[in-house]
Design a binder for this molecule. Structure first.
Ligand SMILES: [Zn+2]
Length: 262
């Protein structure tokens, strides 16, 4: 259970430390299997929606939720109040009672935040992470990842696609493999950058403090012990670099708003 959780975190809000931290929980075979997947099975939109509900239901089953009445749960409710839908996407939220500093979203608009993230971040920093996660869904990144993992899961089984019983897209036995493959996957640098931008615009649109995204990434950079200089060279933008970009965006937005007020 612990393994599933730690690993799933990587895919969603992947930053250097989290990825490195999680990597030791990954089985090499899974990565290879994903890379070697030859059988491409395409999910219909309907099955994609179903599969993401099945996946999130499985995650919800495996992870405890912060009980109602808990101060953290109350804070979380306040943070997500008014975010029932975004950009035409219906959203649902849960706060997992686990210490990981992370969050993830599934293609059906389920957003899951870990208590560890809530503890170290301010309300608006959490919102900026939520905006980023919504970005992965709205920009089809999550869907792409699900499609890939589905092909692998279906390909591992001769019965292939739609072999789930009781109207399920994947059988329970396949769902485990599917979740593992999804967990092994990482969003590309471009996808992460695009989601950062989406998250930033989400903050502006809702009138939240759009400087908070810089704060969120700075905290993640601190956690991962990154130095700004080092991360600049990285193939994938590290948290420090993403904080720098978020700061630039926020400063540009400040200027824009100042000019609008004139
Ligand atoms: Zn991300």
């Amino acid at each position: 259970m612990k393994k599933i959780l730690l690993v799933v975190c990587i895919l969603s809000f992947a930053v250097g430390a989290q990825a490195d931290f999680g990597r030791k929980f990954l089985k090499k075979d899974n990565v290879t299997a994903a890379q070697n997947a030859v059988k491409a099975a395409t999910l219909s939109d309907e099955d994609m929606a179903k599969l993401s509900r099945e996946a999130v239901a499985s995650m919800d089953e495996q992870n405890p939720v912060v009980p109602d009445g808990d101060l953290l749960a109350k804070r979380f409710d306040d943070i997500v109040k008014g975010l029932e839908s975004e950009d035409g996407l219906a959203l649902n939220f849960k706060l997992y009672n686990v210490s990981d500093v992370n969050a993830f979203a599934t293609p059906d608009g389920s957003i899951r935040v870990m208590a560890g993230l809530m503890i170290i971040m301010t309300d608006d920093e959490v919102r900026s992470v939520i905006g980023h996660e919504i970005g992965h869904v709205k920009l089809q990144h999550a869907k792409k990842q699900y499609q890939k993992a589905y092909s692998v899961a279906a390909g591992k089984d001769a019965a292939g696609a739609n072999s789930g019983s009781a109207g399920k897209v994947l059988a329970d036995s396949q769902l485990g493999a599917f979740l593992e493959d999804v967990m092994n996957a990482k969003f590309s640098r471009n996808d992460e950058s695009a989601s950062d931008e989406y998250g930033f615009n989400f903050m502006v649109k809702h009138g939240f403090d759009y400087h908070a995204m810089e704060g969120a990434f700075s905290k993640l950079a601190e956690l991962s012990g990154e130095s700004g200089k080092k991360s600049l060279k990285a193939t994938h933008p590290g948290a420090a670099e993403r904080a720098r970009i978020a700061k630039e965006r926020a400063n540009a937005q400040d200027k824009k708003m100042k000019q609008a007020r004139r």
